[in-house]
Design a protein around this ligand. Structure first.
Ligand SMILES: CC(C)(COP(=O)(O)OP(=O)(O)OC[C@H]1O[C@@H](n2cnc3c(N)ncnc32)[C@H](O)[C@@H]1OP(=O)(O)O)[C@@H](O)C(=O)NCCC(=O)NCCS
Length: 257
């Protein structure tokens, strides 16, 4: 059994070539109900893939192919396993769904994946999501889209670890960007006051930025977090689907200057 964090990433398009109704039927009723609420197929597939990938990763981690992986969602929307000693965090974009998983004694975890394609995002949102000094820093870097995305990913990963998401104003969350990680300070809150969150930052070859947040500074070296890239699926009732893992897929860029 692993102890450190593990990330699995898959493209929701892998679900377009199979009949997903059988997979949906395998979800717990509350997740089937949530799936049924989606009005367009893209986000529905992202949700489904997130839940399938999370349970697949947990079973792989625990070495128990029968583990049902019961999940409960709290009042802020954060999902967690009911009875497994694992924390996890899900993120999706149109092109990728990612899940990070870690033993509960490793602390909470937060994952965010983003690919911002338009420079216009910086003009439209930088003033509302960055602190004044982050805004100055971004200006000094020519409003660079990659740098803005790194700020964004660091904040969102930290707030997902925190469990509040954007119920906390991101402009009150201070980020110190370093080449491979960010140090994040969350404003006063009872549970996390005084706690430090570090977010490992990387960029995928697809152009997506990825942030993995830890609740302390004892994070492993970036290269030590295994990333499993899942590129295809096969039917495997009763657990749903089995992902084919490409552990060594060179999807990651290394250091971001
Ligand atoms: C957390 C949040 C920033 C994620 O935003 P997003 O644009 O959906 O971003 P991502 O795709 O990266 O993440 C989605 C995943 O975040 C997770 N998530 C949702 N709320 C979360 C929270 N409060 N804390 C941690 N993770 C959360 C879920 O696993 C979700 O995927 P799923 O619904 O398929 O399981 C955003 O949902 C948020 O701010 N939520 C809290 C406030 C809120 O709106 N609550 C609603 C009450 S239910």
């Amino acid at each position: 059994m692993s102890t450190g964090p593990l990330i699995a990433i898959a493209d929701p398009a892998i679900l377009t070539s199979i009949d997903i109704s059988g997979l949906v039927a395998l979800l717990p009723v509350e997740e089937q109900n949530r799936f049924a609420l989606f009005k367009v197929p893209g986000p529905a597939r992202q949700f489904l893939l997130g839940r399938l990938l999370t349970r697949w990763l947990a079973r792989r981690w625990l070495g128990d192919p029968e583990e049902p992986g019961n999940i409960r969602v709290d009042e802020n929307g954060r999902p967690a396993f009911v009875d497994l000693p694992l924390n996890f965090s899900i993120s999706h974009t149109n092109e990728l769904v990612g899940v990070a998983i870690m033993a509960v004694n490793g602390g909470a975890i937060g994952l965010d994946i983003e690919r911002l394609e338009s420079q216009q995002v910086v003009a439209e949102t930088a003033d509302t999501v960055l602190t004044a000094s982050e805004r100055d820093d971004l200006r000094c870097h020519g409003d660079d889209l990659d740098r803005f995305t790194r700020y964004w990913v660091a904040k969102e990963a930290a707030l997902k670890l925190h469990g509040t998401g954007f119920l906390i104003d991101p402009a009150t969350v201070a980020v110190k960007l370093m080449p491979r990680y960010a140090d994040v300070s969350i404003p006063e809150s009872s549970e996390w006051a005084g706690k430090h969150i570090r977010v490992q930052l990387d960029r995928l070859k697809t152009g997506h930025h990825i942030g993995l947040a830890y609740s302390d500074t004892n994070m492993p070296a970036p290269d030590a977090v295994p990333v499993i890239v899942c590129q295809s699926v096969g039917a495997s009732a009763p657990q749903g689907i089995a992902f084919k893992a490409y552990d060594d897929e060179p999807l990651f860029h290394k250091a971001i200057p």
